[in-house]
Design a protein around this ligand. Structure first.
Ligand code: UDP
Ligand code: MG
Length: 316
């Protein structure tokens, strides 16, 4: 195999402080990889400015002028981490043999890229960077992150544990991922849907090299809600379950009332609460059924690919 053309895509939002350090580190790393013949010298680093309000774009422009290895993409407004990454991936599609996405803050160890490239050469189409520990994260971040993975799993979303958006995609995995038509995308949940040969590479997660987190609690909650609602219709099903349970409670109360009436006792009050439970339950169930159809429409509107091709054996 020839040395693969690697594109590294980095979403940047207000990263003027971190970018120069990150760029220097990546220049060093790619120099070393090219020197060792691990990647092609046509490899590129794609910096996506996600509508930053600081001097991020000036930093990117300067990097590009100094070294053609750096490409700059400027989005017209702040589209968000995922969409900025998507933009970088879309623009790289067809030009690279493999692509690695990584954050601008170097919290993810860039040396793990050696392992990713090795796994790619061994035939992996997706290589997920997985944190071996979260020592440097605050206790709060650790707890919320753990709760998030558990919740996602309960909601039926398949995800690699402790894997953020630090991953390698082969050219065909990239094209397959980009064929997903959804606007609300949650990459961590979508990549496992590709089903290609997946490997993992472990690394220690560090602290930000500079600047502060662009994910305050508010964005984290929005991210979690996005993750669940964009991949799962389970919340809708939960309505149906609650409805059926309530209706059953109603039926139980009805039976109790009946027994009392037969026994010659007054069952007026029970009969009343019975109707509340039963009708309420029926309404919730009906809502759930309607929701089930809406869920179908929702998935339909995403226009996802119906299949993803792995190999096609045919004549010539
Ligand atoms: N980011 C982005 N757009 C946003 C928010 C964040 O492109 O609206 C980028 C940010 O520049 C960084 C990555 O997404 O490269 C992850 O953000 P951050 O490191 O702040 O998140 P944390 O590691 O704290 O979860
Ligand atoms: Mg970070």
């Amino acid at each position: 195999m020839n040395a693969p053309k690697l594109f590294i895509v980095i979403p940047c939002y207000n990263e003027e402080e971190a970018l120069p350090i990150t760029a220097a580190r990546l220049t060093e790393l790619t120099d070393d990889m090219i020197g060792k013949g691990l990647i092609s010298d046509k490899s590129r680093i794609v910096l996506v400015d996600d509508g930053s309000k600081d001097k991020t774009w000036q930093v990117i422009t300067a990097l590009h002028e100094k070294d053609v290895r750096f490409r700059g993409v400027k989005l017209a407004h702040n589209a968000g981490h995922m969409k900025a990454l998507w933009a970088g991936m879309t623009l790289s599609d067809g030009e690279c043999d493999c692509l690695i996405s990584i954050d601008a803050d170097l919290q993810d160890d860039v040396n793990a890229m050696y392992g990713m490239i090795a796994a790619y050469k061994d035939g992996a189409d997706v290589v997920a960077g997985v944190r071996s520990s979260r020592k440097t994260d605050s206790a709060f971040k650790r707890m919320t992150a753990q709760g998030f993975y558990k919740l996602m799993k309960k909601m039926g979303v398949e995800m690699v544990y402790d894997h953020a958006d630090y991953r390698l995609l082969s050219a065909r995995a990239l094209s397959a991922l980009l064929s997903f038509g959804e606007v609300n995308m949650f990459l961590r949940g979508m990549v496992p849907m590709l089903g290609f040969n997946t490997a993992t590479v472990e690394y220690e997660r560090g602290v930000r090299v500079a600047g502060e987190s662009k994910y305050p609690l508010k964005k984290m909650v929005a991210f979690a809600v996005d993750g669940i609602t964009s991949l799962s219709v389970k919340p809708i099903r939960m309505i149906t379950t609650v409805g059926i349970i309530a209706a059953l409670v109603g039926v139980g109360l009805g039976i109790e009332a009946l027994v009392k009436v037969i026994g010659g006792q007054d069952a007026g009050q029970i009969a009343q609460s019975m109707s509340v439970w039963f009708l309420g339950g029926c309404q919730l169930t009906a809502l759930g059924v309607v929701g089930e159809y809406i869920g179908k429409i929702y998935l339909e509107t995403k226009r996802r690919p119906k299949f993803i091709l792995d190999t096609y054996l045919k004549e010539d």
